[in-house]
Design a protein around this ligand. Structure first.
Ligand SMILES: Cc1cc2nc3c(=O)[nH]c(=O)nc-3n(C[C@H](O)[C@H](O)[C@H](O)COP(=O)(O)O)c2cc1C
Length: 169
């Protein structure tokens, strides 16, 4: 079933970003109508930069989704109801390189402005890529970050995207 979303004015959005991202998680999707990929993320942020409303995500080098994000000039963030937690764990444990994750999870991509998002979601941010910054060892001030998070050398790239549209249902 294809769901109907309504554009939602950003200035009316009230959300607890710490809970929403950190505990409820989100799906980062990128690609085109031929092929898209999605992954679960619990790190990221929303804010204001370069005079724009932006979303920030952090994606490790090893993620298949990163290839799609690097190829395309846009991406989306989808938030889903709690009842999809099992599916989100799955999408965050298996790589699209190895399996058709969406098919297995019985979820579907929808497209708006040519940007893939997860149709079963209830809140979607469509974003246009503004910057991609590899985070490297030299950037850390707290020395624990390197040992705690990057012992395997699988660093994050920080992507900042302008929020083009928010859709809700
Ligand atoms: C709760 C949760 C949060 C995650 N957050 C992130 C994240 O913020 N950045 C990241 O690179 N990977 C994160 N992951 C790991 C990816 O979702 C996981 O490696 C996924 O299988 C990548 O899929 P892909 O290879 O198809 O892109 C998270 C996983 C889970 C379960």
């Amino acid at each position: 079933m294809v769901h109907t979303f309504q554009p939602f004015p950003l200035e009316y959005l009230e959300m607890d970003v710490f809970k929403k991202i950190g505990q409820e998680w989100m799906l980062i999707s990128a690609g085109d109508e031929q092929k898209a990929n999605t992954m679960t993320a619990s790190w990221g942020g929303f804010g204001v930069l370069w005079g724009k409303n932006v979303a920030t995500v952090y994606i490790r080098e090893s993620r298949y989704t990163k290839e799609f994000l690097d190829r395309q000039d846009s991406f989306s963030l989808t938030f889903l109801d709690e009842k999809y937690k099992r599916e989100m764990k799955f999408l965050g444990a298996v790589s699209g390189r190895d399996e058709d994750k969406m098919e297995e999870a019985r979820l579907n991509f929808g497209y708006s402005m040519g940007i893939p998002y997860v149709d079963e979601g209830n809140l979607v941010f469509l974003c246009s890529k503004l910057s991609a910054t590899p985070i490297t060892k030299e950037h850390f001030i707290d020395p624990n970050i390197q040992s705690q998070w990057y012992a395997d050398g699988d660093y994050h790239t920080m992507y900042i995207g302008e929020i083009l549209q928010v859709m809700a249902r």
